[in-house]
Design a binder for this molecule. Structure first.
Ligand SMILES: [Zn+2]
Length: 297
């Protein structure tokens, strides 16, 4: 299959032709995980065929990092034993809208899918940080990471040092802040605590290249925060944003210019509402104590 961009003993990453969207398949001894299977019908069917070929009698778990329509569009092609998502995703008031975006996308490009368009139904809901789920010898730990969307989360597969991050820490796009820059910053700070609890080395973003070393994802984190701080400075003091540097770093200006101006608009509203005020250390994400919660199964 030609859209596999990474493969080792446990991890296979399929990358869509659209927006370099990553779909991850993790093979453990007793379970196969599929995270955010995406985009075009052939691509999703290739992932589903691959999973059926390798899974033998293992259970199949489906994980959604957030509810953006590009991440749920493949949901209906799978018959998982369990589906994992954040409580905010379960309770998302815009569920119907997300599903409508899937339908409108397919309509716009005359796409027919051999599976239904559905919004994922949760079997296991993550409602706080560091919730663990253990399935025989496989341990997953989930963290709530709002900012890009209100319902974003990350999952760490403990044994293989892998963090699947959703739409954060991309090397091809700057932060897409559809929810809150304050929460986004807290989630980026929390990432350090997530690392310290789990010692993951590799990180898979929702879009773009895999981050295969700690230095690499730390660099991406710094770039994400610098972007947010540059926008804050621009909004609060009027200092111009260095657009030439931005578009030298990120190579898809035609679509990303709109995202950039939406970010500024959202953050200007935050500024006007006084949301950037000083916060106590416990709420900045930097000093969070991520105590693992009871195992749940
Ligand atoms: Zn996405």
């Amino acid at each position: 299959m030609n859209n596999i961009v990474y493969k080792d003993r446990h991890v296979t990453v399929f990358q869509s032709a659209l927006f370099q969207t990553n779909s991850t398949v993790v093979e453990m001894e007793d379970v196969v995980l599929v995270v955010d299977p995406a985009w075009l019908p052939d691509e999703v069917i290739a992932i589903s065929n691959y999973v059926e070929k390798i899974r033998c009698k293992r259970e199949l778990f489906l994980v959604f990092t957030h509810s953006d329509y590009d991440h749920i569009i493949g949901c209906g092609a799978f018959r998982p034993d369990k589906v994992f998502m954040s409580r905010a995703m379960v309770e998302n008031p815009d569920k119907e809208l997300r599903l409508q975006e899937v339908i409108e996308f397919d309509d716009a490009y005359y796409i027919k899918r051999p599976y239904p368009a559905v919004y994922p139904q949760a079997d296991f809901t993550i409602f706080r940080d560091a919730v663990q789920y253990r399935h025989h010898s496989t341990k997953m730990t989930f963290y709530l990471t709002p900012g890009h969307t209100a319902d974003s989360m990350m999952v760490v597969v403990w044994q293989i040092g892998l963090c699947i991050a959703g739409d954060y820490l991309s090397d091809i796009e700057f932060p897409v802040i559809a929810h809150s820059s304050v929460e986004y910053e807290i989630s980026m700070n929390k990432l350090l605590a997530i690392h310290d609890r789990n010692w993951f080395t590799r990180l898979i973003p929702g879009h773009g290249s895999l981050s295969l070393s700690i230095n690499d994802w730390l660099q991406r984190r710094t770039e994400s925060l610098s972007y947010i701080y540059a926008l804050r400075e621009h909004i609060a003091t009027g200092v111009a944003i260095d657009e030439a540097a931005l578009w030298a770093r990120y190579h898809f200006p035609l679509s990303q210019k709109k995202v950039h101006s939406d970010n500024i608009e959202l953050m200007r509203r935050e500024y006007e509402q006084g949301l950037w005020t000083w916060r106590p250390a416990e709420s900045t994400g930097l000093n969070v104590e991520l105590t693992e919660q009871d195992d749940q199964e």
